[in-house]
Design a protein around this ligand. Structure first.
Ligand code: C2O
Length: 402
């Protein structure tokens, strides 16, 4: 059965490209979008981060090519790596980021250039098809989840290429899990709390370290604060003030926030954020367009980590951005499995939106949202973790393993 899935997926993907290239309504990034890029802004601050205006070489359509004979690669929870596996992974990460930082600025795969493209997509620097003034943003609307999955996907591909290891997986920071549980006999996965900055990203001797983070992130045993009042998150007012919660208080608040953003407040529309098509003005106020998990825990954690992570103009400079966003997209896949009628949008203006990314060979790829909704087709999956820590927040006496 599984072996016929692959060609079918591939054909569907080709067909969807042929059938939809003429529709104007979904956001569509082209050579022209790059050519007309101009300095944008974020929270009113000017941001000048356009990539080179001329895209060299061809633009190649991306189609997931799922090889059903191969097991899915597993992105694991960082807090459970140990022993030899931890050593090997840390060494690889270190080597990967050292190589990525060493690439010249002319190489679109360098860390600096990856930051640049995130900045351009996140500051209204690109103009919509056929418009002179309407701009594009991949935050504060329904493109937030798929666009960032794509961004992390190509980042992982670039690391694989630099390491010469096509099986390398970018593991995730399980920041949402505040409860260590004992797994039921025979159940697999990682049941340790993960709400601290993963140690390999906090070791000053490693290339994955970044000194430009808030002091709280370096305090051992201090759980992250994802429960911040979002009205405080205005960079023009400076860094937010974090209350001095006890570990117990913080843990409880984090679980409550996760329960709200993933369950209580999250229906199919509110989870993804506001629709955003050609003709729509960029939404500037997070609470007016963001999906539930984009606000909490995403925005609050960016503010908590601080430093480069505070702004979309600089966040991907910090290597912590990537395991953080790997967990964001993991939460998307968990949400889909929760039931409650949770499902991805079926609106073609979401499914057929296309974005451009440089791949691991520095070839420009044209990528469609519909090809990034099915993780299996992309060849990876996530290790199971203790999501019960927030799923069962209401019966908060039993946050144990499923
Ligand atoms: Cu484009 Cu976490 O941001």
């Amino acid at each position: 059965m599984a072996s016929i899935v692959a060609p079918v997926l591939f054909i569907q993907c080709l067909l969807s490209i042929l059938l939809t290239t003429t529709l104007a309504a979904p956001i569509n990034i082209t050579r022209e979008t790059f050519r007309t890029c101009r300095p944008g802004n974020w929270f009113g601050n000017p941001a000048d981060c356009c990539p080179p205006k001329v895209i060299k070489g061809p633009i190649v359509d991306f189609c997931p090519q799922y090889d059903a004979t191969k097991p899915l690669r597993v992105r694991k929870a960082l807090q459970c790596l140990s022993g030899h596996e931890l050593k090997t992974y840390t060494r690889k990460l270190e080597k990967g980021y050292a190589l990525m930082r060493a690439l010249p600025d002319s190489d679109p795969r360098s860390l600096k250039r990856q930051n640049e493209i995130h900045c351009a997509y996140g500051t209204g620097s690109f103009i919509q098809d056929g418009s002179t003034n309407l701009t594009i943003d991949v935050h504060i609307n329904w493109h937030f989840l798929p666009w960032h999955r794509m961004f992390v996907y190509f980042h992982e591909k670039i690391l694989q290429k630099l390491l010469g290891d096509p099986e390398f997986s970018l593991h995730f920071w399980n920041f949402d899990n505040s409860v260590t549980a004992t797994p039921r006999h025979g159940s697999r996965g990682c049941y340790k709390a993960g709400h601290f900055v993963p140690p390999m990203y906090n070791d000053p001797s490693k290339a994955t370290f970044e000194a430009n983070r808030s002091f709280m992130t370096f305090e051992p045993n201090r759980p992250v604060d994802i429960a911040l009042d979002l009205s405080q998150l205005n960079p023009l007012l400076g860094p937010p003030i974090f209350p001095n919660n006890t570990v117990e208080e913080q843990t409880r608040m984090n679980r409550e926030i996760m329960h709200r953003s993933m369950i209580t407040l999250a229906n199919t529309t509110s989870f993804f954020g506001k629709a955003y098509r050609v003709g729509d003005a960029r939404i500037l106020i997070p609470s007016a367009g963001s999906g539930t998990i984009e606000l909490w825990p995403h925005n609050t954690l960016h503010a908590y980590i601080g430093g480069w992570m505070m702004q979309p103009t600089t966040a991907p400079i910090d290597p912590l951005f990537y395991p953080f966003h790997a967990n964001m997209e993991r939460l998307w896949s968990v949400w889909r499995k929760l039931g409650y009628g949770n499902d991805d949008p079926t609106d073609p203006d979401w499914l057929d939106a296309t974005f451009l990314f440089w791949d691991e060979n520095a070839v420009m790829r044209r990528v469609k949202v519909r090809d990034f909704v099915d993780l299996n087709a992309l060849g990876y999956t996530f290790e199971e973790v203790n999501d019960a820590s927030w799923i069962f927040f209401d019966n908060s006496t039993s946050p144990g393993a499923p």
